[in-house]
Structures are given as C-alpha cells and as structure tokens.
Design a protein around this ligand. Structure first.
Ligand code: GPW
Length: 809
C-alpha cells in the first residue's frame, strides 16, 4: 500500500478538491468531500491492484471466480481505509481540516446489488478472499437500480427506485477494452464441417458486455482483488438494428434491475436472460484471460476454479462446455472432465419455492445452443446410469423432466463439489432434499458453515467495543479473530464486564438518537433492545415476535402498574414487492407499533420501532446496539443465517430455534449463554410427514394465545381490518405452515427468562462476553480458507501476522 502521513494526506486531499471542484474545504458539500476522498483512497491502492492481477499470471497461480447474481458490499470507504491501514491517519487528517470521517462516510450511497443473506455473503467472501491473500475474483451484474428503497406510508411498504448510480460510483473502473459479446436468442443449427460440429447462428442478438471492475482491498496485506460486474450495451456494429429508444432500452434493460425476490423463484424471461448474460460474459473473459497462462485447455482446471453461488449461475456448466466444444474444438469427454473439475456449487436453501426450474421453451428463446448442450448433458447422464440404477432414480435425478430444466441438478451433475452453508443444512441436503445425489456422488458433498466479515461488523461498525477488546487482550484479534477467545479469561473480571456494558450503552444511546431523528419515537437506552433484522419471510417468523409483543401489551393493559424491565423491539425488513403476505405482516407490525407507542398508559415500558429501508449501512448502526438477537425461524427452514453471527459478535444474546447456524452458535457458547426454544428439526419433519399438527387446537386450548390472536380481528389493533383477518386465517384456517402457534408458548416462556437474566447486569454481561469471545469461529476468513483448501485448491500469498500496537496503543 502506498505509505501516507497525515501531512501528505491533507496536502493531497486539498489538491484534489481544488483540481476537481475548484473548492476550498470549507465550501465543499459532503458529496464533494466524499468523491475527493474516494479518489485519494483509490490512488493509494491502484498500483498494488495492478500488480496483484499480474502476479497471478506471472506465478502460474490458480484463481477462483465467484459467480453470484447478487453482491451486497454496502459502503466501501471505511472498510477500504481500515484494510489499507489508513483509517486513523485519514480520520485525524480530516479532523485537522475541520471535517469528520463519519459524516463524509454518510455521503456514500450503499452499493445494494443484492437482496439479503446470499448477496451479503458473497461480499463478505470477497473481503475475506482478499484479506486471506487468495487469488479470488467476483463475477456479477452491475444493476443500474439496486434493491428498491423502502418507505412506509400509512404503515404500508412502498417501493421506490434505488438509483445508486446518479452520483456516479467512483470505486469502479469501466474497462471497455475487456468487453465481450454475448449472443442471445435466434436459432442455431449444427453443421459437420469435416473437422467438428460447427454451430451456425441465425438472427441472434449480439449484446456487448462491458465490465466494471472494483478493487477489493485485503486487510493490511498489499493484496487487491477484483469484483467484476457486467453492464449490457449495444455494440457499435449493431447500432442500426436498434434504431428507436425503445429498441435500445430492450437491450439496456437487461442489466437495469435486480429482482427483489429473496429465497423465491420467479420464472420470468428477463431474469433468465440476466443469468445467461453474466454467466457467458464471465466465462468468456476467464477463458480469454487463460491464454496468458500459455497452458493447454486440457489443463484449465489446474488454473481456474469457478464457483456457482446458488443456481442462478448454473448455466456456467453449459457455457463452459459451449466454449470448449464450439470455440476450442475439444472432444466432449475431455471438455466434460475439465468442466466438472472446474465447477463447484453452493446450495443456500431447501425451500421448494426457491428451487429454480425453467421451461425448455424459455431456455431455447434465451440461448438455443445452451439448451442443446444441457439436453446432451442430460442424455449422457441418463445413458450412463441406465442399467446401474432403476428408472425411477434416473427420472428423479435427471436435469430435464416434464419440459423443465432443474438448475440444481445441472449444477450438481456438472460440479465436483456441492456444499451446504451450515451443518444442519448440509445434513438435510444429504439425508433428504438431495439424498439421491448424495448416494450417487457421496464424495462431492461437504459442509461449509457461513461466516462474516469481522472487520466490517466489529472493527468498522463498533469502534467502542473494539477498543475495549484491545485494552483487554491486545490487538491480535484484528488479524486472527479466533484470538477473541482469549476474552473468556476475563469472564469474571468485573472491570472488563463493566466496560463491555458501557460500550453497549453508548451504542444504544447513539441508536436511540438515530431512532428519534428518523421516526420521532423516543426510546430509553436502559430498555432491552430486542432486535429482529432480516428479510421479511413467513418462515423467519417475524409474526411470532409480533404475537409476543401483543401479549406483553395486553398484559400491561391489564395491569399498568406491573413492574417490568422496559423493552424496545426493533425491526428492519424488506418484503418482496409481490409477496403479499409478508407485506401484510409489515402493515400489522407498524399498526401494533402505532398503538403501543401512542398509548399513554404504556409509557416507556414498551416501544416498537420498525426502521425503514433496512440494508447494510442501517445494520451497521443497529447491530452494535443490540441486546437480544431474534433468530426464530421454523427449524429446518433457515439454511444458515448470518445476522445471527453479526449480532453475537457484537455482544447480543441470541433467542433461537435449533435451525441453521444457530445450532453451531449454541455449540460454541454453551447452553447457558443462548436462549433455545421451540420445535427441533425432527419434530418439524415428523409433523410434515404425519400431518398431525392442527393449529386450531393450540388456539382453542390456550386462552392467552386466543386473546392475542383475537386482537388482530376484534379491533384491538386498529387499521388492520383486512390484514388482521388475513393473518388470523393463515394461522388458523390454513393450518399455520410454519408452526407459529405451536412454538408460541415456548417462545413466551423463553422471553421471560431473557428479561429475568437481564435484571442481573453483571451476569448478563458475562454471557455477552462469552458470545463475543466465541464469535471468532464465524469469521468468513476461515470459511473462505476452507473453500480454498478443500474445494478450489488455491493457495494464499504469505499470510500476514501482526499486532496493531503501533496504531492502537
Ligand atoms: F434461495 N438466501 C438468500 F437459496 O438470502 F437462493 N437469498 C436466496 O435467494 C437464497 C438464500 C436462495 C440465504 C439463506 O436464506 C440464509 O439462510 C443464508 O444464511 C444465506 O442465503 C447465505 O447462505
């Protein structure tokens, strides 16, 4: 990294501000200061970025390409400064000029090219690949509109376009010289030209894919990787084919919007086109770049690993085959061997509605040659198994069935590795959802429990707690998060526990100020801050949380003098615009909030805050202030979850079902330091098998539950005539698919235990400390290192070790 001093920084900053805007510091707007700062920061790593890239080729290093239809990096400024080792110098330099890094950072618009966990995981992995010194690249789509901006109007979610590019995104560099052409539509037929089968395309659209590259700076290791996002444009040679603005828009729309669905599949042709577009552009640029290695194509899997992040990029398998066959003229068998050795696939859900299935006609419309290749892969797969397995097995597992292409089957058959994202999730894949494939290819299956970027979620988001940790165990944890474990030695040290409590309180004061400013609601930092932040989904059971809140409210109405520890329930959640039920839940939460927050008899005892527009930057404000982390999905439904890890890392205690990575959190912190309740995996699977669950029984037999549910339909909660009935019916008449009523009593009981525990602050803080100390096991640095060693077979630069005692005395 370029070395910098405070003096040099201030000089450089002022110079650039004057050059670009002809402004002095005191006259510049926050966005101008921000843009200037970005340009100084970029100049600090650009040489290293170029060298990192060149070194891979020079040293014959194998590289991984992580294909993901979503990336959710959030803001990059502070995280880049931290990783470069510039953070403190820049902060001080800005202060010298009368400026604040915090304020300038707020001018950065979140890069929100993802919906939630899947996209955020991809970005945590990008950060960790670079920080581990690994040769890793991202490959995705540069959507012009990121995930919609959420507003509440009369308690309803309204979606507004997220024009994140209007201010220009200055981190990315457009690389016209690296553009590739992607062919879509039209017809194809094969002719035998004597040497090989040559595809002849007719009437296909040629789309120019232009890469925008963003440098991903590793943590203090002089290593900068690339996240490459593709934009769709019209090639100069094709301009006459698109004479009108509408014609042009048809092409450019390809990369216009991110589909706002999370863990849900929508069979729209534009989405399929997006999938092919970024897959093809990425694979083409990989094969082109491979030429620089001067190695034969029959060895490409020794130098290239391609990762398929969920099934959206599953066409990688067919596109790689297409290039090896049609353009490089390899034999099928040779090409197939290289393909399987190169590809690996992660599954992120077992929910049936999220598993992609595309009709053959649609695939044919998008790329007829790719359909041909998929059909051939499918034919050969069935042929190979004929006689070895029964017909039923072959029918169940082949890629094409009933006119539909099953993308997960394509990904599994075409990859050498298939992994789930938490122990329980991988177990469910092996035993149940993908059991046939597990039987067929046991060696391909493995688990890689998700992880998080501890730098962003602790060092950047929570400087107060970071400082306490430094003072207690030194700074080594900033390099190796497993060192956080050393905190456990201080589990009975009252001074340390107090400091952890003070850091939390100061973060809660800040969040309280933010809540006041955003919503007008006044909350007390002495209340329990009980947090549920994640996409709104029936299976995540925000509704269970809401029922618990309504119960507390009704109890307080019965006995307003009741002594209780004040509570603030904080929600952050977007619902897919077409997900009607999820939007009804949002409306109900907002109306319950209105009722409670404006009821003078309740006063400070209970507050409900639903913050608008949940995303990475808002998460960075909420998580450091959390006391309680709600991880209450129906067991078996949440593949892993990652907010559970972020909250624990920041010293929140988890209320959890035994689902996803919650189980591994429990294993690390021990039963005494987490609040587990509810149905287990076996209970849920049993109910799903024998259909013995009748939600109405729980309503009929539990007067508390009856009263709580009635509040949704008897006018107790105003303004939800429609939504209240809808929710009531979903729980009682449709038989409560996610066992909300079944788990209600256990949940209430557990939340009472939480409140009792909180009453003893020192005992509470001790549990917080143990959570922080054990969160280091969920670092994405380690997760990615396992992918590198066990799946991708890629090697790191020399690992960096060290302390920051010089920087954080
Ligand atoms: F359906 N996840 C997500 F599997 O955020 F594709 N979006 C998605 O579309 C899918 C999964 C998909 C999430 C999981 O729900 C969550 O449990 C997991 O922690 C996360 O992916 C990262 O693995």
């Amino acid at each position: 990294m370029k070395k910098i001093t405070q003096e040099k920084f201030v000089h450089e900053f002022k110079k650039r501000l004057a050059e670009k805007y002809a402004l002095d510091v005191k006259d510049a707007a926050p966005s101008e200061l921000y843009q200037t700062l970005v340009s100084v920061v970029k100049s600090g790593y650009s040489d290293i970025w170029r060298n990192t890239w060149k070194d891979y080729v020079k040293n014959d290093e194998k590289q991984v390409y992580y294909f993901s239809i979503e990336f959710l990096p959030g803001r990059l400024l502070k995280s880049n400064l931290l990783n470069m080792g510039w953070y403190d110098i820049v902060e001080k330099g800005l202060k010298e000029m009368g400026l604040s890094l915090d304020k300038i950072s707020e001018a950065e618009v979140d890069m929100a090219l993802g919906n939630g966990g899947l996209g955020r995981l991809a970005s945590c992995f990008m950060d960790s690949l670079a920080s581990d010194g690994l040769p890793g690249n991202g490959n995705g789509i540069r959507y012009k509109y990121g995930l919609f901006k959420q507003k509440f109007v009369d308690g309803y979610q309204i979606e507004l376009p997220n024009e994140w590019l209007t201010d220009g995104n200055n981190w990315a560099v457009a690389r016209e010289s690296k553009a590739v052409d992607v062919l879509m539509g039209g017809q194809v037929h094969l002719i035998d030209n004597g040497k090989y089968l040559e595809p002849i395309y007719e009437g296909a659209d040629v789309i120019k894919a232009v890469p925008y590259d963003t440098g991903i700076v590793g943590y203090r290791n002089d290593h900068v990787n690339t996240m490459r996002l593709w934009d769709a444009q019209i090639p100069a040679t094709e301009e006459v084919k698109y004479p009108t603005i509408e014609d042009r828009r048809r092409v450019e729309d390809l990369t216009s919007v991110l589909y706002p669905d999370d863990s849900n599949y929508e069979g729209r042709i534009l989405r399929l086109k997006q999938e092919y577009f970024f897959t093809s552009a990425g694979i083409q640029s990989i094969v082109r770049h491979y030429k620089k290695y001067k190695k034969p194509l029959t060895k490409i899997s020794d130098y290239v690993a391609i990762h398929i992040n969920d099934t959206h990029p599953a066409m990688c398998v067919a596109e790689f085959m297409r290039i090896l066959l049609d353009e490089k003229h390899l034999d099928w068998e040779v090409a197939w061997e290289q393909t399987v050795k190169t590809m690996s696939y992660t599954n992120h859900t077992i929910m049936a509605e999220a598993l992609e299935k595309w009709p053959l006609e649609m695939l044919e419309k998008v790329q007829p040659r790719i359909l041909q290749i998929i059909q051939e892969i499918d034919r050969r797969y069935a042929l190979e198994l004929a006689g070895k397995r029964d017909q039923d097995f072959i029918d169940r597992t082949r890629i094409i069935k009933d006119g539909m292409v099953k993308m997960a089957h394509l990904a599994i058959i075409g990859s050498h590795s298939v992994n789930g994202v938490a122990k329980l999730h991988t177990e469910l894949l092996e035993d149940d959802v993908l059991h046939d494939f597990y039987e067929l290819y046991p060696e391909r299956f493995n688990n890689k429990t998700n992880g998080i970027a501890v730098r962003r979620w602790l060092q950047v988001a929570n400087p107060e707690l970071s400082k306490v940790i430094d003072q207690t165990i030194g700074t080594k944890w900033r390099f190796d998060t497993k060192k956080l474990k050393e905190l456990e030695k201080y589990a009975d040290d009252k001074k340390v526990l107090k400091k952890i409590g003070q850091a939390k309180r100061s973060n809660k004061v800040k969040l309280a100020d933010f809540i006041k400013q955003e919503t007008g609601i006044v909350v007390s930092p002495d209340a329990i801050f009980d947090i549920q932040i994640k996409r709104l989904h029936a299976y995540k059971r925000q509704l269970l949380n809401l029922l618990g809140i309504v119960k507390l409210y009704l109890d307080l109405k019965d006995d307003p003098k009741q002594k209780m520890i004040p509570r603030v329930f904080i929600f952050g959640a977007k619902a897919a615009p077409s997900y009607h039920y999820a939007k009804s839940i949002i409306k109900c939460i907002n109306e319950v909030a209105n009722l409670i927050n404006n009821d003078p008899t309740i006063k400070d005892k209970l507050k409900v805050v639903f913050l608008e527009n949940y995303g990475v930057s808002l998460a960075e404000k909420i998580i450091p202030a959390a006391d309680v982390s709600e991880q209450i999905s129906t067991a078996t439904k949440e593949a892993s979850g990652t907010s559970n890890m972020k909250l624990m890392l920041n010293g929140a205690l988890t209320v959890a079902t035994l689902d996803g990575a919650n189980i591994e959190i429990k294993d690390h912190v021990g039963d005494d330091n987490i609040f587990i309740f509810g149905l287990t995996k076996d209970d849920v699977l049993q109910y799903e098998k024998d259909h013995s669950y009748h939600s109405a029984d729980y309503y009929n037999n539990d007067p508390v539950l009856q009263r709580v549910l009635n509040a949704f339909v008897d006018g107790t909660i105003p303004n939800i005539e429609v939504e209240g009935h809808e929710i009531f019916d979903s729980l009682l008449r449709v038989n409560d698919e996610f066992f909300v009523l079944r788990d209600f009593e256990a949940y209430i009981h557990t939340k009472e235990k939480v409140a009792q525990t909180y009453a003893d602050q020192l005992a509470w803080q001790k549990k917080c400390l143990i959570n922080i100390a054990n969160a280091g096991y969920f670092s994405a640095d380690d997760t990615v290192a396992k992918y590198a060693a066990e799946i991708w077979d890629i090697k790191a630069d020399q690992p960096t070790e060290g302390t920051l005692d010089d920087v954080y005395p």
